[in-house]
Design a binder for this molecule. Sequence first.
Ligand code: ZN
Length: 414
Amino acid sequence: MAEDTEQQARRLRLKMALEDLQEMRGYGTELVTVIIPPDRQVHDARSLLQNEHGQAANIKSKSTRKNVQGAIESAISSLNRFKNAGERGIALFVGAVIVGNNKTRMVNVVIDDPPEPLQSFRYRCDSVFELRQLEEMLIDRNSYGLFVIDRSEAAYGIATGKRVHVQEHLVSNIMGKHRQGGQSAQRFERLIEEAAHKFFKRATEHASDYWLPNIQDIQAIIIGGPGATKDFVVKNEYFHHEIHKKIAATHFDVGYSNESGVRELVVNAGSLMGEIELDTERRLMNSFLKEVMQTYPKATYGEVMIRKALEQGAVSNLLISESLRKRMVDLHCNVCKIDWTVSLGRIDALPSCTKCSSDSTVSEVAERDLIDELTEMAIRSSAGVSFVSTDTEEGLQLYQGFGGLAAMLRYSIG
Ligand code: ZN
């Protein structure tokens, strides 16, 4: 569960970072992208940057030179935090980003915990950041188990994004059985049913064994076939109980129970596959809405109450709207020596000092993301975390009506 939550949080963090990074523009070629995959040495990247810093001394335009060198220095100092590139690598995006009316602001975004390993080393200076490798990590997120069966054959596999993989095609010997001389019709019938049972058991066990190791990535199991057998195996709970829980309620008619049947199933179930995830979100939100209406609700919402509930360990499942964007930034005025905190988008200009009103003396001391903070608190208290999109009415309600944060509680906290 915690593993799953962390992976979801990584994906969401990346999604939000990308939204900001995609918007960022620099003048000329002042934005620096450095991508270090896990098998590359951080110090190699650092020497390359040091070399590039030297080269940048030749840039004619004084402001470009200053910005490029500044970006490279910032990148090098970020890399100094790392001994190695870790399990999945490091991506660095540094540079003077245009923030409106001829102003720029130096940004330094480090992604050291991407959801998947970075693939290839990159160093690039451009007016935009190079994001392709990270963008690809967010595609093909949902897997579906696929299973087709009738009394003569069965096949199963998995669909991930647009890719369909058929793992195995099994053939029963039921249809080839013929009544032997002297065998009663009744006995023959029983032998046939025994053979059918064995075949259903073999096919569902093979499929269950294939899906179980990755069950947390599988959104749903989709069942199809030409006849009534598909409904029979589901109804009689042939599948492993963990798999059984994920079987989609609708089953699909397809022409065959072989490889082409599996592919046909993907086509027929296409719109269902899109809906399944949204259904999960709707269900989560509906049970929250129902609970929050009670006199002593085991549910709460809003940042203040959620924080309180998390601190008490009262949260059983935290619902976070994927549209929630809150980044808290600690600021410091170098002249007045005062500190304060604001909520700020990554490409907003820093505000001016609350005391002296100067905007050139303010610096960013630290930042933290609300979602990261709450997710970590949830994991510490073994609460589940569900990220809810705004693609459904209910999800929109979470974002607009409940400040993007809701929780189901273990007990009412009044
Ligand atoms: Zn000041």
